[in-house]
Design a protein around this ligand. Structure first.
Ligand code: SF4
Length: 94
């Protein structure tokens, strides 16, 4: 993935961080535990979670449905079958 593609994914994550969609927050809840237990996870000097493997700010990356872990520890939302099941359940509960 080039820098422009990576930037677009992060911008999507920024937009989703601002508007706080419940489906996106479900995605964060699913992805975050994996990052928290990963050796590449760290908190930077601005007290913000980051990934050392890709250099991304995780507050945004985790909120970008088409983003994926560079080490394949989690996938794009469309390829995450467990997340898709949780989404279906969420929609049926409405
Ligand atoms: S995105 Fe992947 S490599 Fe980076 S901290 Fe999360 S699990 Fe680890």
């Amino acid at each position: 993935m080039n820098k422009i593609q990576q930037g677009k994914l992060i911008l999507t994550g920024v937009a989703n961080f601002i508007k706080k969609d419940e489906k996106i927050e479900l995605l964060v809840k699913k992805r975050m535990p994996t990052c928290l237990s990963c050796q590449h996870f760290f908190i930077n000097r601005f007290n913000t979670p980051k990934c050392r493997a890709c250099g991304c700010l995780l507050l945004f990356k985790l909120r970008s449905p088409n983003a994926a872990c560079p080490l394949n520890k989690w996938n794009k939302a469309s390829e995450d079958q467990d997340y898709q099941k949780q989404l279906t359940k969420l929609e049926h509960e409405k």
